[in-house]
Design a protein around this ligand. Structure first.
Ligand SMILES: CCCCCCCCCCCCC/C=C/C(=O)SCCNC(=O)CCNC(=O)[C@H](O)C(C)(C)COP(=O)(O)OP(=O)(O)OC[C@H]1O[C@@H](n2cnc3c(N)ncnc32)[C@H](O)[C@@H]1OP(=O)(O)O
Length: 255
């Protein structure tokens, strides 16, 4: 009996050492898989941001060439719409990046930013043809293009750990002017679309109908315009606080 107890006592430290070793192995495996996931996420983001920078650069060059050749904005939207649709719609992936946590940005703010622009391309500019030649389209296209070239190249260079100071400065400074400019172009485009939508009853779903609900796109557009009032300042002041965080004055050295 005494020999049995002695044997059990001797086996205890061996079992706990075995348990500890197993735990360490599990921790190592988890760390390795986290490292692999973070490597894959970084590789994906470098690819995504590089492709998006290139796409918006193509748009900028196409717009400049069109302007130089025609000297007018008439027909500009038609000439760049394919590229614009691909790269603006591709920005929806940014919401996925935030929601899955591979980038630390707010999914809600990013969703407002991206969805309003995707909506403007597909549901306003593309669907209401007469607005395509308005100057307001040129205004928002110019603001978006310049912003996105700087923003996506900023992310690419940051991920590559080689960030030129000028790009960092531009990322957190140009928005001060480009954000209100872009929003002005967007709101004016929706405003120009209103009479056409009203006349053509575009996307209207009047009563009576099987679902017994009605939808009037004209009023929906007015609601979208009004929703800029509470939402845009939040995006703008978020960018202001990002600017302060990144470009803020360095703390004075203690004497
Ligand atoms: C039916 C729909 C109707 C909706 C109606 C709603 C009304 C909406 C009203 C508002 C409309 C706005 C329309 C937009 C107009 C324009 O864009 S005009 C042109 C000017 N625009 C801008 O300047 C855009 C500025 N805005 C933004 O950049 C974003 O929208 C943002 C969400 C406000 C950005 O915030 P955030 O991501 O937090 O800032 P960052 O500092 O850039 O990033 C924070 C950290 O996240 C990392 N990160 C983000 N994205 C990436 C990425 N793609 N790849 C890698 N890393 C990324 C970034 O590096 C930061 O990381 P840290 O440095 O570690 O903090």
């Amino acid at each position: 009996m005494a020999a049995e107890v002695e044997g059990a006592e001797a086996a205890q430290p061996a079992a706990s050492a075995e348990k500890k070793k197993k735990l360490q192995q599990q921790q190592k495996a988890a760390e390795a898989s986290r490292g692999k996931a973070s490597f894959l996420a970084t590789a994906w983001l470098i690819l995504y941001n590089t492709v998006m920078t290139a796409g918006w650069l193509v748009l900028a060059v196409s717009m400049a060439r069109y302007g130089l050749a025609k000297g007018s904005n008439r027909g500009l939207y038609r000439s760049i719409e394919k590229t614009l649709k691909i790269f603006q719609t591709g920005a929806l992936l940014e919401v996925v990046h935030c929601a899955t946590g591979i980038v630390p940005s707010s999914a809600v703010l990013t969703a407002f930013q991206v969805s309003s622009r995707v909506f403007l391309v597909w549901a306003v500019t593309d669907s209401v043809k007469p607005v395509q030649n308005e100057y307001s389209v040129l205004i928002y296209l110019s603001a978006w293009t310049l912003t996105e070239i700087v923003r996506y190249s900023f992310y690419t260079f940051s991920l590559l750990k080689y960030l030129p100071r000028a790009i960092k400065w531009a990322r957190y400074t140009l928005f001060i002017v480009l954000y209100p400019l872009g929003v002005t172009g967007e709101l004016l485009t929706i405003y120009h679309a209103l009479p056409h939508v009203y006349r053509s009853k575009l996307f209207a779903y009047p009563l009576p109908n099987a679902l017994n609900i009605s939808f009037d796109y004209y009023y929906f557009l007015i609601i979208v315009m009004i929703s800029y009032v509470p939402i845009f300042p939040q995006l703008y002041f978020h960018m202001m606080s990002q600017r302060k965080k990144v470009l803020g004055e360095p703390k004075a050295k203690e004497s």
